[in-house]
Every structure is written in C-alpha cells, then in structure tokens.
Design a protein around this ligand. Structure first.
Ligand code: PD2
Ligand code: ZN
Length: 290
C-alpha cells in the first residue's frame, strides 16, 4: 500500500459511518475509488474496518455493565488526605504514596497507628483458622491450596476498634460503612502466600447469585498491613508488574468497576520469605451489606 493509501482512524470512522447509515459496500468502495484508492485496497480496508468494529461492539455487548466504585477522597494529586475526626477518632493525615489509574490502585501511608495494628492482631489471634476462600461454585467457603494463610472475620462494628477503623475507611473512600463487609484478618507465616486472583465474584459460577443477593458485587478492596515481614510478602498486581511493600500501618486500595479481567485488578500476596505478615482486608460492596 502506498503512503497515500494509509487506513487512518479518520478513514475508519468514515467507513463505519457509511456502513451504519445504510450505504452498500459497493457504494463505499466506489466512493473510495473516486478519491484515488485502488479497488483492491479499498475492499480490504472496508473488510478490516468493519470486522474490527463488529468485534468491538460484540465485546461491549457481552461485558458486564460498569458499576460505581469508591474513589479515595480528594485524590487530586495532593500527597496527603486529612481526615476529619470521626466520633472517637482524632484528625489523621493519611499520605498518598502511589496512585495508578489503570488498574485503579492507591497506596496509603499511615492509615492505621502502630497501636491499632497491634490491637487488631491481639483481638484476632485467638480466633485464627486456616484461610478459606469464598467458593463461588456453591456460595459457601472452603480451604484452598492457593491461599496458605490463616484468617478470621470480625463482624461489622463488632468492637470499638473495628467501628473506628470502619468509619475512617468510609470517610477516606467516601463509601458508607454499611456498604462494607466486616474486616478480615490474615496471618501469613514464613512460606505462606495468596496466589493471584480477583476479589469480585465470578458471574460464571453457580454460587454467585447467592453471594450477590447480600449487597451486590464487591467493587473495591483495601488491604491494610498490620505487621511487616522481614522479607517478602508484597501485594502484587501481575498485569502491570506493580508490587506494594507490606509496611505496618500502610494500606493498598484497588477498585474494579466490573467483574472482568479488563479491570487488570488481578492481585496476590507474594510468599513471605522471612518473618510474619499480618493484614486486615476490607471489601466494599455496591450496596448495603447485611
Ligand atoms: O495480603 C495480601 O497482600 C493480599 C493479597 C491478595 C490480600 C488479599 N488478596 C485479599 O485479602 O483478598
Ligand atoms: Zn484478594
């Protein structure tokens, strides 16, 4: 094809416009020939452009619809967010350490105090059990080899510490406390990991409708680090090769506006190589979660 016969985005738009306004392929090719295109190149351009256009619109039809997601308060490029004191809390300056748009990931510094991290661990420790993952085939849960941590769930606002942290998160992310699940605590001993996965519920699985009945989809996750391991244990986003260091008091937020891999929200916990890692995970739902 000569340099004068490049299929530019403008030409592609024009071809799609002609086709969708009812012009026959012959008329489109004739018009292109009249403006200097060879018949063969014009036919090829028409075929390629319409095939790509159809593939895109098929994808748009089969994608689950977009949902509203939480967005960290005033993430306008400022490097810290001042949270007004919620009841029983004090003014808190949370640092924005990193921010990515696609996938949407924000790393916060200083979300929890050292004492809050220690207290959550102390409350959770006696209740730890081998972690289970939500089993979306049935809507129940099961022990899973991809997740070698131990964990427990607090119910929402189960104690004053959980309630205070939940109010802080609600303010930071502008998402109501009652749209969140209770905090999940995980302990990873040396060697433990959580293989890459998505946190949203898979629409293909038969157990998903039962999970969605209680508050709709998960639309965002906040993983808060309660104990820094000596080595390893980063939270990883393999699609964009982005790793977050698990530093006590810090947190990583990520959202997914549809239950689809195109959100690039695949994430996992790299194995802890030395020491122990503890986290608290908060999942946020579309609607009120009861
Ligand atoms: O502990 C983590 O870094 C981690 C990684 C992936 C936690 C979760 N997922 C989770 O709780 O869903
Ligand atoms: Zn996860």
């Amino acid at each position: 094809m000569s340099a004068t016969q490049q299929i530019t985005p403008e030409l592609q738009r024009w071809i799609v416009e002609q086709a969708t306004s009812g012009q026959s392929p012959e008329a489109v090719i004739k018009a292109m020939q009249d403006s200097g295109w060879s018949a063969q190149v014009a036919e090829q351009a028409l075929e390629d452009t319409l095939r790509d256009h159809l593939a895109e619109s098929d994808l748009a039809r089969t994608l689950p619809p977009k949902m509203r997601v939480p967005e960290p308060l005033s993430d306008d490029g400022s490097l810290s967010i001042v949270l007004a004191p919620a009841p029983a809390d004090e003014v808190r300056q949370v640092r924005v350490l990193s921010s990515l748009m696609n996938p949407r990931v924000v790393v916060f510094g200083g979300l929890l105090s050292a004492a809050e991290c220690d207290d959550l661990i102390a409350l959770a420790r006696p209740r730890l059990a081998r972690s289970e993952t939500v089993e979306s085939r049935t809507g129940g849960s099961q022990v899973n080899e991809t997740r070698t941590s131990e964990g427990m769930f607090f119910s929402r606002e189960e104690n004053p510490l959980c309630a205070r942290i939940e109010r802080r998160i609600a303010e930071l992310l502008a998402w109501p406390v009652n749209h969140g699940e209770g905090l999940q605590i995980l302990r990873y001993r040396t060697g433990a990991e959580y293989k890459p996965h998505y946190d949203y519920f898979d629409l293909e699985q038969p157990g998903t409708p039962a999970l969605l009945a209680r508050g709709g989809q998960r639309v965002a996750s906040l993983v808060m680090y309660l104990k820094t391991p000596q080595r390893g244990g980063a939270t990883v986003f393999p699609d964009v090769q982005f790793n977050v260091a698990p530093v006590k008091g810090n947190a990583v937020f990520f959202s997914y506006d549809r239950p689809h891999p195109m959100t690039r929200s695949l994430h996992g916990s790299a194995p802890v190589l030395e020491g122990e890692k503890w986290v608290a995970t908060k999942w946020l739902r579309e609607r009120r979660f009861e």
